[in-house]
Ligand binder design. Sequence first.
Ligand code: PML
Ligand code: MG
Length: 264
Amino acid sequence: MRASAGDEHVSGAETIVVGDGSGDTEDEVASVAESMVERALNHPRGDPDDVTVTVERLSRPLRRVEALPVVTVDVDDADEGRRVAQELLARAGVEDDIQTCGFDVIEGDTARRGAALIDATDGSRLDPKPARGVRATHIGTSDACRDALEALITEHGVTAAETVQEAVVLATAIAHAPGTRAELCWSDDPDYDAGYVATPAAYYRFPALKPESATEGGRAIFVASDEPVDEVIDCLEAQPVLVDGVSGGRKVNSDALFGDSGVI
Ligand code: PML
Ligand code: MG
């Protein structure tokens, strides 16, 4: 689903319905499509002028994965969040000057709708249309997994559990794409300060990460330089991924994150 008002994007969402091709599956697809329209019409960002719901039969075999463990890192402020995020990125193999390319691209561009792909070795932009970025799509989650993730996240003291759950599902699919070393993200919503670093090991969320009241936000994915870019983009855009299990999580202080044996 995509909803817009004028030229402004208002909301978007997608999911995957797994079925046996029977009438029951068709009913479920219809009911999911209806709930997407309701979601678009009741979005806190405002009333849309245009709502488009697309229903597509998957043409590739579905990949099923477990959600990344969710580690909420208790930080005092965005400066501390950023310091810990940088340490995590470094431990994921993304050096300081390459990290800066990711922070700069998220801070510098409000128009881009998809993620920026950044070569984890030399910091160059890999996606061919930098003004557009790459939209990771064909990603869904099961009802049971959605509920379990929301329960887990709520235990971490989060009130916007749906936002976090959707971010975890997306970050999980991105982490499973070939060559992903790490992803850095925060929201463009000026009232939403949280952000995350996701690696193939975990989704590390920071209740404060972005510069105060920033209206710039987005995603930067650091990709191993030996990975063919067209395969990475094809996987992000077209490989269906169903996140249908949880693998736990915890809430930690930032000084407890880096133990003697590495990152928890
Ligand atoms: C979280 O609180 O863990 C989610 C942070 C990023 C949300 C990005 C978005 O989809 O707007
Ligand atoms: Mg958003």
